[in-house]
Write a protein that binds this ligand. Sequence first.
Ligand code: TYD
Length: 146
Amino acid sequence: MVDKVLLMEMIPNLIQLLQLPIIKDSRGNLTFIENNKHIPFEIKRIYYLYDVPGGAERGGHAHRELKQFIIAVSGSFDVVVYDGKFRQRFHLNRSYFGLYLPNMVWRELDNFSSGSVCLVLASELYDEKDYIRDITLFEKEVGQKL
Ligand code: TYD
């Protein structure tokens, strides 16, 4: 039932905070993610940020094609997203929430808590050519699409 609700809410071109399934258990909770079911893409790569020093900032770029799903599997941090028009800050602090970012979204990650782990599921293999690391270029490219 929960899965059906999630599927209906999953819109591939929209930045979305999605709640993942939780199997509650006195021995510890469990959350799972399946390709194309809980997130709107095939997972080709997984990476994670950890040992992030206090005050550090990550991200500061957009992707031309790559889609991502970002989870605070431990601790918390903020993701600031910018689509060329609007900027919004998301505070991620639960292992069962994930932020879906379609392509052509500028993102900055900051406010990492001590010991936090940022898990990222990605729709493509690593390709530096897919990155836009200059915000002026991003605004130009996204402006042509808006
Ligand atoms: P980058 O994506 O800029 O980090 P973040 O957005 O988290 O701040 O990547 C940092 C460096 O790591 C950069 O030199 C590319 C390299 N890298 C890989 O080699 N493979 C990967 O899958 C990722 C995500 C980064």
